[in-house]
Ligand binder design. Structure first.
Ligand code: GLU
Length: 278
């Protein structure tokens, strides 16, 4: 069986111990399987991506002993591909244009149905305000997936990670009630993370997605998009997250745990491996 995986950091800040764990785990699994390890630079958000952070990613990973088997793929080189897929989904009537601000969504959500979840993987569930307005793309601020139509598929995925291991089947009730009309693109961003990640993974032949548990819920969106687009669903492995002493997961602003800081203090790659439990 082929095994192709990837590590996909955003160049918006320093890599920290959580990234080190994710990258080392994916790299170890690829090497153990005699497979391929790829590096992707998730610079979708051009307002936050910086060349110096991208360089730091290369330096930190190389220092950790990680090698990638093809030149890194940059999302910013593929905006036209994302737009083409969006055009296809629009033509199939699976999207709608939306002009709601965050405040509009909050206000509309103030009278939720009893028992309905208020938040999904992307934050507050969209209340459907613009779904039937037939807005033109010019008038809108984002394009959303119309979940009332998109959820009519049969799809499942296999998870091998420690927390949710097993076969997960998507149901339309669950997709509508807990995910809703997710954003596929914004006026100032070629694609949402969900759309881009699905297209990047298939373009690179990724067979195994290895990433943090924080993305487990979002995986249903990715599997739904793969199914709608007729592209293969990889196997998923969501690993546990590295947390600080207070139990909070590390974030980009956690400079105190930046790999660069440990390097500067004289730690070895083996020290970092043992700090993250590998
Ligand atoms: N750029 C995303 C992140 O940093 C990648 C997530 C993924 O592996 O799908 O979280």
């Amino acid at each position: 069986m082929t095994f192709t995986t990837r590590f996909a950091p955003s160049p918006t800040g320093p890599l920290h111990l959580g990234h080190a764990f994710s990258a080392l785990l994916a790299h170890d699994m690829a090497r153990d399987a005699g497979g391929t390890f790829l590096l992707r630079i998730d610079d979708l958000d051009q307002s936050r991506a910086r060349p110096e952070w991208e360089q730091q990613i290369y330096d930190d990973l190389t220092w950790l002993g990680i090698t990638w088997d093809a030149p890194p793929r940059r999302q910013s080189n593929h905006f036209a591909d994302y737009a083409a897929t969006l055009t296809q989904l629009r033509a199939r009537g699976l999207t709608f244009e939306c002009q709601c601000t965050r405040r509009d969504i909050e206000a509309a959500a103030n009278a939720p149905q009893e028992g309905a979840p208020l938040f999904g993987p992307d934050g507050r569930l969209y209340p459907g305000t613009c779904r039937h307005l037939g807005l033109s793309a010019d008038a809108a601020t984002c394009t959303r997936l119309d979940m009332t139509k998109a959820a009519e598929v049969t799809a499942s995925f296999t998870e091998t990670g420690p927390t949710h291991s097993g076969l997960h089947t998507l149901t339309k009730e669950d997709l509508r009630a807990t995910i809703g009309d997710v954003v596929l693109s914004r006026r100032n961003m070629a694609a949402s993370y969900h759309l881009s990640v699905v297209l990047d993974d298939v373009a690179c032949g990724v067979t195994h997605v290895i990433r943090g548990e924080d993305l487990f819920e979002a995986t249903r969106i990715h599997v739904l998009l793969q199914t709608l687009l007729g592209i293969p669903t990889p196997e998923y492995h969501h690993h546990t997250l590295i947390r600080d002493e207070a139990g909070k997961r590390l974030a980009k602003r956690d400079d105190a745990r930046a790999i660069a800081k440990y390097r500067a203090e004289g730690a070895t790659p083996a020290d970092v491996r043992s700090m993250v439990g590998l």
